[in-house]
Design a protein around this ligand. Structure first.
Ligand SMILES: Nc1ncnc2c1ncn2[C@@H]1O[C@H](COP(=O)(O)OP(=O)(O)OP(=O)(O)O)[C@@H](O)[C@H]1O
Ligand SMILES: O=c1[nH]c(=O)c2[nH+]cn([C@@H]3O[C@H](COP(=O)(O)O)[C@@H](O)[C@H]3O)c2[nH]1
Ligand SMILES: NC(=O)CC[C@H](N)C(=O)O
Ligand SMILES: [Mg+2]
Length: 537
């Protein structure tokens, strides 16, 4: 990052990087986000919208191609979710994946049945006819010149009869119609899931669809995204001043660097110490930003205020809303003390938006209200400036690297805005936060010391307000429990618990029990996401 006094860098905006875009209609599959990530990785911008998007909105979106995701429902139900009919009239290529293929088949006049040949996991499909989507992709050959692909399946229903104009392009032993194509209309369907890495040629298949079949150019790169965001922010805020909520985490740090480049002195950052930070976190953030990077940062000590507002509240969603509201109150108070602030910038990223949103029909559930999206109060005086709102975490990190942020900052584990507030189960109190902070720092220090921090995606301690019996130094103890959570994930949407060595866990548990007065038991969380979310609340 350049120093605070340097003039904003002049960068000419690239060709419209959003113009070549793909629309993904979500039927509620667990892996819809992976489809989006694969499309983005091939250099093409895309957005996920609920399947019940209106015809007018689909049309206005202006996609060069549409992907219909998988989903838990069955098209054989009485009123199954269906794709907006305009999808098939827009004369753009359409790819249906699993449920998406099934509904495409049914909506265009084919037949789908619930089959007792359920297929979950690995399967091998054999190519059955030439097809622009699949030609040339192969993992093996069947000896008769036909390509075999290793794929991943997860379905019970299957397409029984193709709609007019389609041919079968692949089969498996249990599914005669495992892929279909109508080349003249550029409609394709695959029963398997190309978005998961277990489908070896899946990324290639999706790239083929968006780049060759839909004809999208690869404009979605870190350099282009930065130049585009800078241009957009400048246009958006003009000569107004902007207040950025800076947490020291990856997302807001990247926004900080971006805005610093885009609008220089018009930027002021506010770092809120809500009393639910990690040990010494506040000082570290001030050190890195204010001292080394020359960004103007105001530190607000609001711990008492947050604890007071959270007193007696045990419900996770209500806690999140309280925290979201207080954050904005603090931001607005600080803004009022400064000149010309009209905008509140935040490091909101795409998964925050998706997880906080429900679909119009209520089919998709709100899992948790991220404090910076669903947790925001309804009325706000400042307008929002969220340049990373369309990006996934790994894309944000690439931007951070490109913007010259230090590696340790870009690859930090994420820390949720509500902080320890969602890691103390139930009511939040200062004594609980103090205990948790001590346990957490031991866990993280040991991870770093054992070279495990960079090999895991997110690690933390959780405070359980239940007491269990222990005997220490011949005395009876009746103390609280700490749970350790450590996961590996790329996109934070699904996660696997880290197989940390037993010796390591043993060391951490002993240190916590010996060093943190008030904790007498430590457990390790071995739940995957799904179903267990990464945070406990
Ligand atoms: N303590 C804080 N002070 C000021 N703003 C905050 C604070 N905590 C969170 N925010 C705001 O809320 C946004 C969302 O928080 P979130 O934790 O998702 O992102 P982050 O902290 O920037 O990055 P990371 O996900 O890596 O922790 C932040 O980008 C920031 O704008
Ligand atoms: O800034 C944030 N505000 C929030 O309210 C919030 N809730 C969860 N997280 C982070 O999001 C990722 C996924 O978490 P979950 O599996 O718990 O939903 C994990 O990285 C979590 O730490 C949050 N971040
Ligand atoms: N993964 C899916 O899209 C499944 C589709 C449908 N629910 C089936 O079982 O066939
Ligand atoms: Mg954070």
């Amino acid at each position: 990052m350049t120093s605070h006094n340097s003039p904003p860098v002049t960068i000419s905006p690239p060709a419209d990087i959003h113009a070549h875009r793909i629309l993904i209609l979500d039927f509620g599959a667990q892996y819809t986000q992976l489809i989006a990530r694969r499309v983005r990785e091939s250099g093409v911008y895309c957005e996920i919208h609920p399947w019940d998007m209106s015809d007018a909105d689909v049309q206005a979106f202006g996609a060069r191609g549409i992907i219909l995701s998988g989903g838990p429902e069955s098209v054989t139900d009485v009123t199954p979710p269906v794709a907006p009919s305009v999808v098939f009239d827009l004369k753009v290529p359409v790819l249906g994946i699993c449920y998406g293929m099934q509904t495409m088949a049914k909506q265009l006049g084919g037949r789908v049945t619930a089959s007792n040949h359920r297929e979950f996991g690995y399967a091998q499909v054999t190519s059955a006819a030439p097809c622009r989507l699949l030609d040339g992709l192969r993992d093996h050959s069947d000896g008769q010149g036909r390509a075999l692909l290793d794929v991943w399946m997860s379905h019970g229903d299957r397409v029984e009869e193709l709609p007019a104009g389609f041919v079968a392009t692949a089969f498996t032993n249990s599914v005669p119609l495992a892929a279909m194509a109508d080349e003249s209309r550029q409609f394709y369907g695959v029963q398997f899931h190309p978005e998961v890495t277990h489908t070896l040629q899946g990324a290639q298949l999706l790239e083929r669809f968006v780049r060759e079949i839909c004809g999208c150019e690869a404009r979605w790169s870190a350099g282009n995204i930065i130049a585009d965001s800078i241009a957009r922010v400048r246009e958006q805020v003009g000569s107004d001043n902007v207040l950025l909520g800076l947490s020291g985490g990856v997302d807001s740090s990247v926004v900080g660097a971006l805005l610093h480049r885009a609008i220089g002195k018009q930027l002021t950052c506010v770092f809120v110490d809500h009393g639910l930070l990690r040990l010494n976190e506040g000082d570290q953030v001030m050190d890195t930003f204010a001292r080394h990077m020359g960004v103007r940062v105001i530190r607000v000590d609001a711990a008492d205020r947050f604890f007071k507002a959270l007193k007696g509240e045990a419900d996770p969603e209500r806690k999140r809303k309280i925290i979201g509201r207080l954050f904005v109150e603090v931001f607005e108070e600080e803004a009022a003390k400064l000149q010309g602030i009209r905008w509140l910038a935040q490091g909101t990223i795409y998964p925050d938006v998706i997880e906080s949103a429900g679909s119009k029909t209520g089919k998709a559930h709100v899992i948790k209200s991220h404090h910076n999206v669903g947790g925001l109060p309804e009325k706000m005086n400042l307008k929002l400036c969220e340049p990373l709102r369309e990006l996934f975490k790994d894309e944000v990190r690439k931007l951070g690297v490109e913007l010259g942020l230090p590696r340790e900052m870009v690859y930090r584990h994420p820390f949720p805005g509500p902080g320890l507030g969602v890691r103390i189960l139930g009511e939040v109190t200062k004594p609980y936060a103090d205990l948790l902070r001590q346990a957490d720092v031991i866990f993280l220090d040991e991870l770093r010391r054992h070279d495990l921090y960079d090999r895991t995606s997110q690690a933390f301690a959780v405070f359980l307000p239940v007491r269990s019996v222990a005997v220490m130094g011949d005395g009876r103890r009746y103390d609280y429990v700490i749970a350790l959570r450590c996961v590996e994930t790329i996109d934070f949407m699904t996660a696997r618990w880290s197989r940390l060595p037993y010796e390591f866990l043993d060391l951490v548990a002993r240190r916590i029990i010996n060093e943190v007065q008030g904790i007498s038991r430590v457990t390790y969380d071995i739940s995957g996401k799904p179903p267990a979310t990464i945070e406990w609340e």
